[in-house]
Design a protein. Structure first.
Length: 301
């Protein structure tokens, strides 16, 4: 992990509502810890969706967000532009702002009322450090300039289900377009065994990575493999088909000037993942290809 730059918030804590608030999309509720009133949990339709520690932005609470943050600070520590699809309480954006100097972030969420609430309630970085933008994830990605994003994260569920259009080949292609060469795409997925959704999305991303690889035929190495640019990170019990849980998918846009996959070279990432309270395992390359097996990619939206 990068060195901790967290500090106690200087902003006074605002009064939080005692009753749920209904937006056009969902019911929003925030609750403080019984033992620590500056540690908050945001509930969306009664599902815990974000943990916010007002005194420590690096304390993101949820394991999958901890994994995402560790991957970002290890593989993309000099990022200048990060975009988040799905904001909830913006705890990952707070952590990135505390870890990466001068980073500018965009948080995109379909629920504009939610964005107004979390901006009011939580100690979020101000624009341009963090801009919050209402809108559909795919439509907003389409609007981004090609090669303009260092890291793109996705954490989107509707009534507990990932919307079809955000796992489509259309979305995967647009993601690869907006990432700079070497840029990173991180996805929070949740699936029941045998993880068919996860496997199909990995197959979709592998296909998109292969399409994005634009080297001339004479320059393409016979050993180049799109699966080398993919990783799956999760608790071992999930990977071993024992239970339901969150899985983090990682995809890297190939970089012709630096073709080595970061998942093959970053020993610090592996150590960081093993050091978690519940150690996470990482699959990549041939392991991913074997895991996906004959799962078919998603089609266009």
């Amino acid at each position: 992990m990068a060195s901790r730059r967290s500090r106690p918030s200087r902003r006074p804590q605002v009064a939080l509502p005692t009753d749920p608030i209904r937006t056009a999309y969902q019911t929003v509720r925030v609750a403080a810890d019984r033992d620590h009133d500056r540690r908050l949990t945001l509930f969306l339709d009664d599902t815990p969706s974000s943990f916010i520690d007002l005194d420590d932005p690096l304390h993101v609470g949820f394991e999958y967000l901890d994994i995402m943050h560790r991957v970002i600070v290890d593989l993309a520590p000099t990022s200048r532009k990060i975009a988040h699809l799905g904001v909830a309480g913006a705890s990952l954006a707070r952590a990135c702002a505390a870890s990466i100097p001068a980073v500018e972030q965009i948080g995109i969420d379909i629920d504009g009322e939610l964005l107004e609430l979390v901006r009011r309630w939580f100690d979020l970085p101000r624009s341009p450090a963090l801009k919050l933008r209402p809108g559909d994830a795919l439509e907003q990605v389409v609007s981004l300039r090609s090669g303009s994003i260092d890291v793109l994260t996705r954490d989107i569920f509707t009534a507990g289900v990932i919307p079809e259009h955000v796992v489509s080949s259309t979305m995967a292609g647009e993601v690869m377009r907006v990432l700079r060469p070497g840029g990173l795409y991180l996805v929070n997925s949740a699936d029941r065994q045998p993880l068919t959704l996860v496997k199909r999305e990995l197959a979709t991303l592998a296909h998109s990575i292969a399409q994005t690889h634009q080297l001339n035929a004479s320059e393409v190495s016979s050993s180049w493999d799109p699966w080398d640019y993919l990783a799956l990170i999760a608790e071992p019990s999930i990977v071993k088909k024992k239970r339901y849980g969150n899985v983090v998918l990682c995809a890297v846009r190939p970089d012709a000037e630096n073709p080595m996959s970061p998942f093959e070279t970053s020993e610090t990432l592996y150590r960081s993942l093993r050091s978690m309270a519940v150690p996470a395992s990482i699959l990549h390359g041939e392991q991913i290809q074997h895991f996906v097996a004959d799962a078919q990619p998603f089609g266009p939206s």
